[in-house]
Design a binder for this molecule. Sequence first.
Ligand SMILES: *[C@@H]1O[C@H](CO)[C@@H](O)[C@H](O)[C@H]1NC(C)=O
Ligand SMILES: *[C@@H]1O[C@H](CO)[C@@H](O)[C@H](O)[C@H]1NC(C)=O
Ligand SMILES: *[C@@H]1O[C@H](CO)[C@@H](O)[C@H](O)[C@H]1NC(C)=O
Ligand SMILES: *[C@@H]1O[C@H](CO)[C@@H](O)[C@H](O)[C@H]1NC(C)=O
Ligand SMILES: *[C@@H]1O[C@H](CO)[C@@H](O)[C@H](O)[C@H]1NC(C)=O
Length: 373
Amino acid sequence: MEPLLWWLLATLLYLTPSTTAHPSVSSNPQSPLPSLSWSLVLTNSTQQLRGLAPLSDKVAWVSGPNATVLRTIDAGRTWADVSPALAAWENRADYQFRDVHAWSAKAAVVLSIGEGNASRIYRTQDGGKTWERTFVNDEPTAFFDCLAFEEGGYGRHGLALSDPVNGRFRLIESWDWGKSWKLVDPEGMPPALEGEFAFAASGSCIEAKAGRWYIGSGGVDPGRIFRSHDSGKNWQVANSSIAGGAAAGVFSVRFRDAKTGVAIGGDYEKPTGNTKNAAWSRDGGASWHVAERLPGGYRSGVSWVAGRRDVAVAVGTSGSDITVDGGKRWYGIDNGSFDAVECVGWYGYSMGARGCWASGAKGKVAWLDLGRL
Ligand SMILES: *[C@@H]1O[C@H](CO)[C@@H](O)[C@H](O)[C@H]1NC(C)=O
Ligand SMILES: *[C@@H]1O[C@H](CO)[C@@H](O)[C@H](O)[C@H]1NC(C)=O
Ligand SMILES: *[C@@H]1O[C@H](CO)[C@@H](O)[C@H](O)[C@H]1NC(C)=O
Ligand SMILES: *[C@@H]1O[C@H](CO)[C@@H](O)[C@H](O)[C@H]1NC(C)=O
Ligand SMILES: *[C@@H]1O[C@H](CO)[C@@H](O)[C@H](O)[C@H]1NC(C)=O
């Protein structure tokens, strides 16, 4: 679609009153947008690929349990198994690579989640031929969930998030592309509530952008969103307006710029439940508002579409949705299951096609072409 037409459509959508009277009323998944559909890409994997890091429409990394890392450089036509070689005494089943971040087709880090020394980070510089272990957690009560690297500063600065230790969320950071890691002083971090944690579901429970860091939590009701606008020195925490509980809360929080954020979640034990499962912020995360028209169910990942103001895509085990007004209204795309979504675009890392990658259970990977939007 031509940009002008797109703009007209987005404006119309924005001005049209929502047909959903109350946020908890199940939203009609009928979308007024041009019909969109995921194109499945075969990976040959049977693993649940929750880690996803595309660089363009051509190059993408995915990761999962059993120490699985795959990479494509030809838009998913072929995937190389670039999983780290483990020592003979190590068990692949102990490594759940829930998150991956990539700088290129050569350089990437993967995060293994879990209690104690199961939380680890590995790094490659040669496209996965060799991996170096650059972090092993030695705090028995820590449990790392996700990691994120900032785009500026040549992408050298990154953070990994653990569930609370001694009553505060724990962060480690790297200033050298994941080669070395050190503990972030938790001094400025507000105390976690009893039972509060982050979800290791899609590698997007933490967001880091130009010194602005965000953490989404669950286990408590409502889920909360922590934010620091000075690289972790001072923190505040806000009511996300997303319903929380033992298996519910904020699964993914993403900011398009300093002000504009979206957060999604729900209850992973109720895949089609859609009570207060998405919220938006326009003030840098100080306040959050429940979406007027909610995604069709529990959603684990959300990503802004680079170069398309106010467009974001969310995925979960019961389907995927798109918003064109920055998270106020969501429209169903598909009812299939995914865990993670990451979009790429002309203003992102690549000059290739614009669209989103999604990944999930049983080796499922797909591409959503948004070139027409
Ligand atoms: C590891 O792989 C095996 C064989 O594909 C599978 O049955 C098992 O569920 C995987 N482990 C996890 C934690 O998914
Ligand atoms: C799947 O595996 C077969 C046999 O190893 C290989 O020929 C094929 O290219 C693989 N497909 C993908 C998408 O990687
Ligand atoms: C991880 O901890 C287990 C026991 O908790 C221990 O047996 C194992 O050797 C440790 N592995 C490493 C690499 O430190
Ligand atoms: C969180 O915000 C919602 C409105 O979005 C409100 O109904 C709820 O009472 C708030 N909860 C807390 C603990 O402040
Ligand atoms: C998803 O499923 C619902 C009901 O099962 C159906 O009404 C809807 O059209 C489906 N949505 C899409 C986008 O396929």
